[in-house]
Design a binder for this molecule. Sequence first.
Ligand SMILES: Nc1nc2c(c(=O)[nH]1)N[C@H]1C(S)=C(S)[C@@H](COP(=O)(O)OP(=O)(O)OC[C@H]3O[C@@H](n4cnc5c(N)ncnc54)[C@H](O)[C@@H]3O)O[C@H]1N2
Ligand code: MOO
Length: 420
Amino acid sequence: MNCQCGDIVTPGLLALFEARQRLIDAATPLNGVETVSLEQAPGRVLAEAVVAPLDMPGVDNSAMDGYALRLADYPSARQGEGLPIVQRVPAGAGVMLLSQGGCARIFTGAPVPVGADVVVPQERVTLDHHGHIHIEGTLAMGANIRRQGEETREGDLLLAVGEYLTPASIALLASHGISDVTVKRRLRVALLSTGDELIAPGARRSPGQVFDSNRAMLKALLAQAQCEVIDLGVIADSPAPLHQAFDDAQHAADVLMCTGGVSVGEEDHVRPVIEQRGGLHFHGVAMKPGKPFAFGYLGADPLAATPLIALPGNPVASLVGWQLLALPFVHAMQGRKVAALQCYPIKAGFAQRGPRGRCELLRVVVDGSSGEPVATLAGGQGSHMLTAASQADGYLMINPDTEVTEGSTYHYYPINQFAA
Ligand SMILES: Nc1nc2c(c(=O)[nH]1)N[C@H]1C(S)=C(S)[C@@H](COP(=O)(O)OP(=O)(O)OC[C@H]3O[C@@H](n4cnc5c(N)ncnc54)[C@H](O)[C@@H]3O)O[C@H]1N2
Ligand code: MOO
């Protein structure tokens, strides 16, 4: 499905998906690499391709607890006197040779003795008082044998450069005996909040003060994205401390991320300071929430400069700006393949006035209990309201100047796609 939203937007604002693409295109993948153990590897990005050092499985082995035999001996096991059990092969045993005229008791994962060409599960076998096996039903050549190299052959590509290491890919590496991998080094992100009203969670709040929830959220999101965070704390709403903090970040980090002070009021100093220390690629995206998002750089030469992402202060605007715009940029910087956005059509269980000149991401919960899934609002939709954002299953994307009518279908973006 084409996960887009309308691009006829308020003049001066960049269309959401164009902004996303410009961020991805502007990212320069990291060069540094490091070797880490599999325990440290989940979530990291492969810097070197991994090829299979050996065949998988290593030998022909049984897929069932049962009996290994020659298919040629099947008639006597079916109708005649049965087949004597001449061997026992537990998992971990070496490769044996099947004695003539007999079968081997075998267990799942154990090497199939040379000479046996079929394994019959024990549920289809009865034992007579001589200890011979008798088989129910038919047998096919090779049944229940997992062949050496049927999954991978020595030298096959297991994982390509740029793969993000999931628990399943870690298991794939471990199953091939690989204990460490070469990954991209972590992206160093300097993070700061701006705002004279901000205080730390845990402090006592006076009227007019606001707890700095954005920095807590962004630290969690950056950690989830495997970034190393350089926490520059809260910076006052005035140009001099911002200059100082940007200067520190420019030399210590791969990317600077800040939140707040990026809108148009005279207390919003982020944009002018960026312009004095480098420049802006764009400022203002046709999305609701998240409109004042800015992407710029610190340094004279845009190609050698430190990229800067300025997220809006309103907490949900900051969250959505991270998920749709900053995260793909981080992935591209990490040398990771940037996944296409996932969305699918879903019915709205409510009506509401549509957004003006911006794509709106409504925070919704999805109820599938009556058969067809229906999206309802997760709570208040103000961009300062974290309650709905914390409860939402996903976003319903509403095109600019489009009303939401109950029973109509809209693009739904599950939130869990932004977790990895
Ligand atoms: N005249 C206009 N005013 C505003 C516009 C506009 O286009 N014209 N845009 C609005 C939109 S949309 C947003 S979003 C906000 C974003 O403004 P800023 O990025 O400059 O953010 P602040 O003004 O600093 O703060 C806005 C709001 O968010 C709270 N905040 C800020 N930082 C944090 C933090 N770290 N943790 C929690 N909450 C934070 C702050 O206290 C304010 O309530 O601008 C609109 N205004
Ligand atoms: O974009 Mo603002 O984020 O609407 O509140």
